[in-house]
Design a protein. Structure first.
Length: 251
């Protein structure tokens, strides 16, 4: 690995680390040399992942975190200790037609995907500014913040908001040597959605991707390591799309 991608001596917090992409991102950062702080609500899953990483000689600790709670975010950041990298990965989606979307469902999605990322990012940045430390924020957005599909209106809106929040904070915080960037994954196969991609409906979606294949978690590793490491030192406010060409497909 190039030294510029080496995260040795760095500490990275990953939210939503109990499964799926969050667990994968923690492993990726750990493999690059970072010590990782695993944060999520499901602490039992975190304990299992922490044990797995420890067996792989990756330094890891786990902390409880509910990104919808400002008190939980503050306590988690205190428990995490000094950080160099924050990956805002925690996110949810609720599938319903917009006309049938209850206010509570809207709030749950937006509070997790947008407000939660804001709370974690602001909390980390305040600590970095006070300590005069540089930092790197990597927000996990989505191509659905750039384009849209039906029945996930709050998800679309929250990810679009996260993209613009990334740019706004990058502009404000560059003077403090805090970089804020985002990754917009396309359709990525995870343990939760794997069965869907084998259905006729899943295949129809895959057929709309120019590369005619579904993404795998490791396809996001290059973007993550670029934005988290010194290799991306002159990048802030960047929105990196990793989608097999999906967003440039013809309408």
């Amino acid at each position: 690995m190039s030294k510029r991608f080496d995260l040795g001596g760095k500490v990275a917090l990953v939210t939503g680390a109990s499964s799926g992409l969050g667990a994968h991102f923690a492993k990726c950062l750990g493999d690059a040399g970072a010590s990782v702080v695993l944060a999520a609500r499901r602490v039992d899953r975190l304990a299992s992942l922490q044990a797995e990483l420890t067996r792989q000689s990756i330094t890891a600790k786990s902390i409880a975190l509910d990104v919808q709670s400002a008190d939980s975010v503050s306590a988690a950041l205190d428990a995490a200790g000094p950080l160099d990298i924050v990956v805002n990965n925690a996110g949810i989606s609720i599938v319903k037609p917009a006309l049938e979307m209850p206010e509570a469902d809207w709030d749950a999605v937006v509070d997790t995907n947008l407000r939660g990322a804001w709370l974690v990012t602001q909390g980390a940045a305040r600590r970095w500014v006070a300590e005069k430390r540089p930092g790197s924020i990597v927000n996990i957005a989505s191509i659905l913040g750039l384009r849209t599909i039906g029945q996930v209106a709050p998800y679309n809106a929250s990810k679009a908001g996260l993209i613009h929040l990334t740019r706004a904070l990058a502009m404000e915080w560059a003077r403090y040597n805090i970089r804020v960037n985002a990754i917009c994954p396309g359709y990525i196969e995870t343990e939760m959605n794997a069965p869907f991609w084998k259905t006729p409906g899943g295949q129809r979606l895959i057929d709309r991707i120019p590369q005619r294949r579904i993404g795998q978690p490791e396809h996001l590793d290059g973007a993550l390591l670029l934005l988290a490491s010194e290799a991306g030192a002159f990048m802030t406010g960047s929105i990196v799309t990793v989608d097999g060409g999906h967003t440039v497909n013809s309408l």
